[in-house]
Design a protein around this ligand. Structure first.
Ligand code: SAH
Ligand code: SF4
Length: 383
């Protein structure tokens, strides 16, 4: 047992992502399962059954695979593991019906995801804000995850399991809430981890698995151009969000140093090439920092920059953290900024923070519990 910020939890040290050589079932596509099992002389329909149990039913132990022979389950238990998150250190429900999950990974690292309610009549249709890396190397000056630095890539199974676990959590609550959308806006820069992101996306949208609609999955990026082109070519058809956050190359470099390598004009050119299906739009996110990027000149520049790109703008009033040197603008500044964009016939939503009371809002995910009072510990069954 160890303690962390008032929490007590169990650790299990015998499995780490880098050393366990067994295939991880939550990381395998149907095709990969077919070829793995074929190598051990099992027919393809067994792969389909396993995929169904793991990705559709979300089981967490081999004995739950009720329609397969015992010997096959024994084979799986010996030659594979489930992978995914090791355990859930805390589930923290917020007053606004959001829930923040703190996951521990097999090597002891921690990441967070946040479930958020939909707006208005869609309140029960939840969006999960998923992490893609442990930490982040991009170093945006307004982001706690960036401030804490980069630790490692998340693996396919770890990415997929956040969604599986959130769905499992909602099923257990049995209160009508369902998991409908995924946004890769948790910890990390997804397009610096395409190696794991793209296979995870393919598993998440597989009709035989979670069957999430690609139109309801959004990958958010600070503008990593090679990754953006890779995502465009992947054929996954997921939605794209660009964290714009400033309107000139110079101002962007000040708060997002990575943009020196991936300049604004090239980013906008990549957006213009991005394959958009049937009426879908690119979301431009814009964190509003008081006195830095929140003037009406900035709003008018956004309008000019996105000209010709099917666009939706999301304004995110800065979520403060004691370690960050910025302030949130007054509400009327946020409203006026957004109105200016709307006046140009561009859809513009304000993302008033969810889960602020549990430090689960955009840019606040630190991968650890800083509060003394924490919710319970969920120990996942071992496979
Ligand atoms: N790395 C990706 C996705 C994770 S960050 C990206 O940067 O797009 C998700 C969103 O949170 C981004 O739009 C980012 O600009 C925003 N964000 C980061 N820190 C924030 C903060 N302190 N307040 C409000 N939004 C923030
Ligand atoms: Fe990384 Fe996104 Fe935070 Fe920038 S805003 S440091 S890219 S997680």
């Amino acid at each position: 047992m160890q303690g962390l910020g008032g929490l007590r939890y169990h650790t299990r040290m015998n499995v780490t992502p880098s050393t366990d050589p067994k295939p991880r079932l939550r990381a395998l596509s149907q095709e990969e399962l077919v070829s793995f099992l074929a190598g051990h002389n099992f027919p393809a329909f067994r792969a389909k059954q396993v995929f169904h149990w793991v990705q559709k039913k979300g089981i967490r132990d081999f004995d739950s695979m009720r329609n397969v022979p015992k010997e096959f389950r024994a084979f799986l238990a010996e030659h594979t593991c489930f992978g995914g998150v090791e355990q859930v250190l805390a589930e923290k429900p917020s007053a606004d019906s959001s829930v923040k999950f703190l996951f521990q990974l097999a090597d002891g690292r921690k990441v967070e995801s946040v479930l958020m309610p939909g707006a208005g009549a869609d309140r029960e249709k939840m969006t999960l804000c998923v992490s893609s890396q442990v930490g982040c190397a991009v170093d945006c000056k307004f982001c706690v995850t960036g401030k804490n630095g980069f630790f490692r890539q998340m693996t396919v199974d770890e990415i997929v399991d956040q969604a599986l676990y959130a769905r499992h959590y909602l099923t257990q609550q049995n209160d009508g809430r369902i998991l409908r959308n995924l946004v890769f806006m948790g910890m990390g820069e997804p397009l610096l981890n395409t190696e794991n992101l793209l296979p995870a996306l393919r598993i998440l949208i597989d009709h035989e698995g979670m069957d999430l609609s690609p139109r309801r999955i959004t990958v958010s990026t600070s503008g990593i151009l090679p990754g953006l082109d890779e995502l465009a070519r992947s054929g996954t058809d997921v939605m794209l969000a660009i964290s714009l956050n400033a309107t000139t190359q110079e101002e962007r470099e000040t708060i997002m140093p990575i943009t020196r390598r991936y300049p604004l004009d090239e980013l906008l050119a990549a957006c213009r090439r991005y394959p958009l299906r049937g009426g879908s739009r690119i979301t431009f996110e814009y964190v509003l920092l008081a006195g830095v990027n929140d003037s009406l000149r900035h709003a008018r520049q956004i309008i000019r920059l996105v000209h010709g790109i099917p666009t939706k703008v999301n304004i995110i009033p800065f979520n403060p953290d004691p370690s960050l040197p910025y302030q949130r603008p007054a509400d009327n500044v946020v409203e006026e900024f957004s109105e200016t964009i709307r006046a140009a016939n561009i859809t513009c939503n304000i993302r008033w923070s969810k889960a602020l009371d549990v430090s689960g809002a955009c840019g606040q995910l630190a991968g650890q519990y800083r509060q003394k009072t924490a919710a319970g510990v969920v120990v996942l069954p071992r496979e």
